[in-house]
Design a protein around this ligand. Structure first.
Ligand SMILES: O=P(O)(O)OC[C@H]1O[C@H](OP(=O)(O)OP(=O)(O)O)[C@H](O)[C@@H]1O
Ligand SMILES: O=c1cc[nH]c(=O)[nH]1
Ligand SMILES: [Mg+2]
Length: 208
């Protein structure tokens, strides 16, 4: 699995701001969107381009276009919705495929409850977004689902990843590419990432 911890100063700065204990819902949402846009920019740096000729103001002109597959952004509900607009800022034509999974608070096992994927998803690049990769269970279940539907080209974007989750994801899906703003230290006994962001879903939705 290719893992990229993005070192861009804007990403380092903004993910640091997100760790503040008393951060407001508004600020957390804004930063989640901003960091997601920056991760998308980095993660798409190697998309293939091709030269085409179009009608320009002074006659035919050669321009470059992104070649090949169209994309679908795949937010894992709920918290992944907080990253979706950031991705769409740079990929405005991407279709959205939603996967609903929550983590059982006792067992930490992923519990799937909904999904609605775009048609012919197997022909698209899937950009899977979730702020937190903790044990990795929710992401593994999502990638399992996407692969069952024939997806071959999958890129994962997470704001914060725990080493435990990266290890589990690598073991289950070694072919993935993952971009993150931070690889943190570890999980605590409740499965929360340290230092982490706390409960990202609650912070994005203002619950609790
Ligand atoms: O790597 P894991 O151990 O599976 O944990 C990470 C998952 O937990 C959080 O979702 P949560 O279950 O809190 O759902 P929510 O987004 O609806 O709040 C988070 O957004 C991930 O989806
Ligand atoms: O640290 C964590 C772990 C799982 N889910 C979260 O929202 N935060
Ligand atoms: Mg949550």
């Amino acid at each position: 699995m290719k893992v990229v911890e993005v070192k861009h100063p804007l990403v380092r700065h903004k993910i640091g701001l997100m760790r503040e204990a008393d951060i407001s819902t508004k600020r957390f949402r804004e930063l989640a969107r901003e960091v997601s846009a920056l991760l998308t920019y980095e993660a798409t740096a190697n998309l293939e381009i091709e030269e085409v000729t179009i009608a320009g103001w002074n006659g035919p002109v050669k321009v470059e276009q992104i070649k090949g597959k169209k994309a679908t952004v795949v937010p894992i509900l709920r918290a992944g919705l907080g990253m979706m607009d950031g991705v769409l800022e740079h990929m405005p034509s991407a279709k959205t495929s939603v996967v609903g999974i929550y983590r059982d608070e006792e067992t930490l096992e992923p519990v799937p409850y909904f999904h609605k994927l775009v048609s012919q998803i197997d022909e698209r690049l899937a950009l899977v977004v979730d702020p937190m990769l903790a044990t990795g269970g929710s992401m593994i279940a999502t990638i399992d689902l996407l692969k069952e539907q024939g997806c071959k080209d999958i890129v994962v974007l997470v704001l914060v990843a725990a080493p435990e989750g990266l290890k589990a994801l690598e073991a289950a899906h070694p072919d993935l590419v993952l971009y993150t703003a931070s690889i943190d230290e570890k999980l605590n006994e409740q499965g929360y990432i340290l230092p982490g962001l706390g409960d990202a879903g609650d912070k994005i939705f203002g619950t609790k």
